[in-house]
Design a protein around this ligand. Structure first.
Ligand code: 5AD
Length: 349
């Protein structure tokens, strides 16, 4: 117990640890280390970002997907998913509504939908750019070619989220069908950064077959890659996927890793994700208190929210909903945090 506490102290001081020490920090974690890391992570985050949380308006613009990830509810093979795609007009009115509410970042997230060619997606990005020149535009639309990423960047996209899902090639193969490639995913992340996007990666906590040494690989990969943003949340099973009977990830380990990530990468933009809010009551607030500094309320039209079901029981109402920003403001103010009205750009250079 003393050994693991010493490691926690060293992590807080040095913002890194050797891999074997990170492994011990994870496998031998206890309430004492968790509390210590949480307080250190939160204090560090406060020194950098203040007691403010950045908000991003999430627009889930299509649930068509050509991929077949074993964990995901909108995988191609799920015949139960009711498919939809938003029109350009619908997307623009989401942004307009969001702008009025105070959002200055819009995240266009969707499955890998071939309907959204470069031409179509660039047109949409350019229109949003025209509509709100002072907003950041984030895309989260999966793997595309280098040329496609460049064209979208030229059209006005500033940021791109593409979780690496796991930094272990063998584990990647157990979460995805043969048609998907670990090397391609990593190449796509390098392309995004090289083009000049503020780039986000991330992984699921407690995904099937994940071990502590794989999490260490994730942490090491992220520390070396230097992402501007990191998205992590618990794996949650979806009834109509091959992983329907797999155990869910826990809030406890997710919160612990949020603290570790904050301490390893002090300036990173780190959301308290919807999955964390779904797995436990007050999960998002706990995420903020553990070192997260971003929340991404849902700005999608009400009629499609239930259709973007990546996992069972995914939240989209209450303070998850962008139109109830007041509820979010209240719940954050209860824990001593305010909402920042700004683009909230990365401080990572
Ligand atoms: N549980 C938790 N997260 C999931 N994602 C996809 N399916 C699930 C699930 N069942 C995450 C993936 C993806 C992001 C958009 O959502 O990490 O990158």
């Amino acid at each position: 117990a003393k050994k693991v506490m010493d490691l926690a102290v060293r992590l807080a001081e040095n913002h890194d640890l050797p891999d074997d020490a990170l492994y011990t920090l994870i496998t031998e974690r206890n309430e004492e280390t968790a509390l210590f890391l949480r307080n250190e992570a939160r204090a560090l985050c406060e020194r950098i970002y203040g007691r403010f949380v950045y908000i991003r308006g999430l627009i889930e613009f299509t649930n068509y997907c050509k991929n077949d990830c074993y964990y995901c509810g909108i995988r191609r093979s799920n015949r139960e998913a009711e498919r939809y795609r938003l029109t350009e007009e619908e997307i623009l009115s989401c942004c307009e509504a969001g702008y009025g509410l105070g959002f200055r970042t819009f995240v266009l997230q969707g499955g890998e939908d071939p309907y959204f060619t470069d031409e179509r997606l660039c047109t949409i990005v350019a229109s949003i750019r025209g509509l709100c020149p002072d907003c950041a535009i984030t895309l989260s639309a999966g793997e595309r070619s280098h040329d496609s990423y460049r064209r979208l960047h030229d059209a006005g996209a500033d940021r791109y989220l593409l979780r690496h899902e796991t930094a272990d090639p063998c584990h990647y193969g157990r979460l995805h069908p043969e048609s998907m490639s670990f090397d391609k995913r990593m190449a796509a992340l390098r392309d995004l950064k090289e083009i000049g996007y503020q780039t986000g990666c991330g992984f699921m906590v407690g995904s099937p077959y994940q071990t502590a040494s794989m999490i260490v690989k994730d942490l090491r990969f992220m520390k070396e890659f230097g992402p501007h943003m990191i998205g992590i949340g618990p794996f949650l099973s979806h009834k109509d996927t091959p992983f329907c009977d797999m155990e869910n990830g826990t809030a406890e380990l997710t919160l612990y890793l949020l603290s570790v990530i904050r301490l390893m990468m002090p300036k990173v933009l780190l959301p308290a994700t919807t999955a964390l809010g779904t797995v436990t009551e007050g999960g998002r607030e706990a995420g903020i208190l553990s070192g997260a500094n971003v929340v991404m309320p849902n700005l999608s039209p009400a009629g499609v929210r239930k259709k973007y079901m990546l996992y069972d029981n995914k939240l989209s109402s209450g303070s998850e909903a962008a139109e109830s920003l007041e509820l979010l403001r209240e719940s954050l103010s209860k824990i001593g945090y305010g909402i920042a009205v700004s683009r909230g750009d990365s401080l990572v250079i």
